[in-house]
Design a protein around this ligand. Structure first.
Ligand code: ADP
Ligand code: MG
Length: 399
């Protein structure tokens, strides 16, 4: 689960990360009042969406208006908010459809000397939390990694020993920080580490973390993601969920306890078991098409759950075909067959569907599929299933 910048800043601040004062608002008048109460002569009005690249992004129909606006007065903050609220912002992370901006963050502006990059993340290859830092902050870290990988520094944090002070001090020195900034940097890394481990985060990113003109460190942008499997331990974090920012299909699937991830391909996959789901996605790729989703319906699914999975799957935009690939263990193939048949009837399925069943009660399941009178394509194994759905999708596309 991800949260907004203003929420991440509030959390990080409570752990001791220095951030500029700011106020989240939902209307132009609130933006004006926020600037007035912050005081000073420089404000930044920032679109709150779960996507980065806002500063370099632009509003649909207004290429001159980005998602991060520097203004000098409360009246200008109000005017900027008027242009930014309830409209669609496109950034390199939103895709071309963009995101509707429903909230803004009005923040005190600061004079920047240097922009650095700092993040903590779970490095699955190293099997530990890793601190990533770079002198090239403020820009997309993916670009830095691609073009100037030597500017990215990483330190592994030992799961048993935790973060050692010398590790962050060494990182500070390698970033070219001097004097009191070294201690400040170590404090920030330590605070982020505390936040990360206490809250079961999966990512904490400050891009940029800046050195201000008066020589202090300040996190000007903050992003936090949380491990969904740890969320039950953090009610306060659950409250920060913003349904507007989440994929409606993923939310619907979550209500039924299904693991569903939307992808941008054309073939909807209904599979049980994460391993089989991954293999199914791989083999679709190998045949030259791509999956519209990852879906694991789980082991002991009821007919209701399978029906829900099917409805979610069929609502995917750009869907051109469906591949059902189930290995019946605890899950019985006849239940799957029954659920698939009734879901097809209910939804009036109008794309090709290939079904491959194996395992418990497979004969009963296949008999139901053969005799149901629907135009379903039966496959004998995974390779056969992938070839058949790709052929069916391509034939339909050509027609
Ligand atoms: P995004 O990463 O989505 O583009 P950021 O919060 O990183 O959004 O803002 C983009 C840029 O705007 C930053 O790199 C920084 O240069 C500037 N900026 C952001 N917040 C402030 C602030 N409070 N004061 C001054 N400049 C800021
Ligand atoms: Mg940023």
């Amino acid at each position: 689960m991800n949260i907004h910048e203003y929420q991440a800043k509030e959390l990080l601040k409570s752990f001791g990360v220095p951030v500029p004062p700011g106020i989240a608002v939902r209307s132009p008048d609130e933006a004006r009042d926020a600037a007035k109460s912050l005081g000073g002569d420089l404000f930044v009005v920032k679109a709150q969406i779960h996507a980065g690249g806002r500063g370099a992004g632009h509003y649909v129909g207004d290429p001159a208006c980005s998602g991060v606006r520097l203004v000098k007065t409360a009246a200008e903050a109000r005017a900027a908010a008027f242009e930014m609220l309830d409209r669609t912002l496109v950034t390199r992370q939103t895709g071309s459809q963009g995101r509707v901006v429903r909230r803004l963050y009005v923040e005190a502006g600061c004079a920047i000397d240097r922009e650095l990059y700092l993040s903590l993340l779970i490095d699955r290859t190293e099997r530990c939390i890793t601190v990533v830092a770079s002198e090239a902050g403020g820009m997309s870290i993916e670009d830095v990694a691609a073009k100037t990988p030597e500017k990215i520094m990483k330190i592994r944090i030992s799961p048993s020993l935790g973060l050692a002070d010398h590790q962050s001090r060494e990182l500070a020195t390698r970033l070219g920080l001097h004097g009191p900034l070294i201690g400040q940097f170590a404090t920030i890394v330590h605070a982020a580490w505390e936040a990360f481990t206490t809250l079961d985060a999966s990512l904490i990113e400050m891009n940029p973390l800046v050195v201000t003109k008066d020589n202090t460190l300040l996190a000007l942008d903050a992003k936090m993601g949380f491990d969904d499997n740890g969320l039950f331990r953090h009610r306060a974090i659950q409250e920060l969920r913003d349904p507007n920012e989440e994929d409606p299909r993923e939310q619907e699937a979550a209500r039924f306890g299904l693991s569903y991830v939307s992808l941008d391909g054309t073939i909807g996959c209904m599979v049980n078991g994460a391993g089989l789901a991954m293999a199914t996605m791989d083999i679709i790729h190998q045949e030259g098409e791509s999956p519209a989703n990852f879906l694991d319906v789980g082991g002991g699914s009821s007919r209701e759950k399978v029906g829900a999975a099917f409805r979610v799957l069929l609502s995917a935009p750009g869907l051109e075909g469906v591949l059902v690939n189930i290995f019946g263990g605890i899950m019985r193939c006849d239940i799957i067959a029954d659920a698939v048949i009734s879901a097809c009837r209910e939804t009036g399925l109008n794309v090709p569907l290939v079904i491959r069943l194996a395992g418990t009660n497979v004969e009963e399941g296949m008999a139901m599929i053969r005799s149901c009178g629907l135009d379903l394509i039966i496959a004998t194994d995974l390779g056969d299933a992938a070839r058949k759905i790709v052929t069916a999708v391509r034939t339909r596309r050509a027609a």
